[in-house]
Design a protein. Structure first.
Length: 243
């Protein structure tokens, strides 16, 4: 397989942009830019991970699955993130699955190349361990939201997180997908979208949700939204807005 040199100045993934120059140089020969369409599987559950993916555009979901077929989103990834974080913790596989919910582009790197680069840079290891701390906070806040907040707040949080990660007010999402991500019935999502439309926060059409008023969504979400984003800025982005 041939690889084209990827100009660092054209990188949009926040983690790759923050890598030490020497570490980026080690990874660059094995970087492969690729299309990541909707439903593209980035990480398959319980299977040895061969590549890590750095998302350049679009959104991926980390999904927990039960043996009986129940599923819910536990992680929300965009250009601030990578898919395959368990590799940083020296795990070769994970029971969760990760796939694209909004299509985009990304850069994949073989796990062996990624691990070798981290072994040669303390600064890179610190960066990715801080990323894992941020991700653990996001997962914890998702658990808190699911257990202690009502569906309107959780939906608003989810829409805000998605809005953070795209360069548009339009989110190409179906009601079915929202129901899966929030762990509720489709009819419940439809009802809540109608309520959000009633206060002119969004406009929902078939396969798309347009954000009309972000401030109103933030009011609905309350403190259900914002903590992981602040922690990303503190841990990784040195005070810059995230993601």
């Amino acid at each position: 397989m041939s690889f084209m040199t990827i100009d660092r100045l054209k990188i949009t993934n926040h983690l790759l942009k923050r890598l030490p120059e020497a570490t980026y140089g080690l990874l660059q020969p094995q970087m492969e830019r690729m299309s990541l369409p909707v439903r593209f599987s980035l990480i398959k559950p319980n299977r040895s991970t061969e590549f890590v993916y750095f998302i350049e555009s679009g959104i991926a979901s980390v999904v927990a699955n039960s043996e009986s077929g129940q599923s819910v989103e536990v992680g929300h990834l965009g250009r601030e993130a990578m898919a395959g974080g368990h590799v940083i913790l020296k795990a070769d596989r994970t029971p969760t699955s990760t796939y694209m919910q909004i299509g985009g582009e990304g850069i994949r790197i073989p796990v062996t190349t990624f691990n070798n680069a981290l072994a040669n840079s303390e600064d890179a290891r610190v960066l990715f361990l801080r990323y894992m701390q941020y991700l653990s906070i996001q997962v914890a806040q998702s658990a808190l939201a699911n257990a202690r907040y009502d569906v309107p707040a959780r939906l608003a949080r989810w829409l805000l997180m998605s809005h953070d990660r795209v360069d548009s007010d339009d989110l190409p999402l179906t009601h079915e997908f929202l129901a899966l991500m929030l762990g509720v019935r489709r009819s419940g999502v439809t009802d809540q979208l109608h309520i959000a439309e009633g206060v002119h926060a969004i406009k929902a059409t078939r396969g798309n949700i347009r954000i009309l008023n972000r401030e109103k969504l933030m009011q609905i979400a309350g403190d259900c939204y914002g903590l992981p984003e602040r922690e990303y800025a503190r841990l990784i982005a040195a005070g810059e807005p995230a993601p």
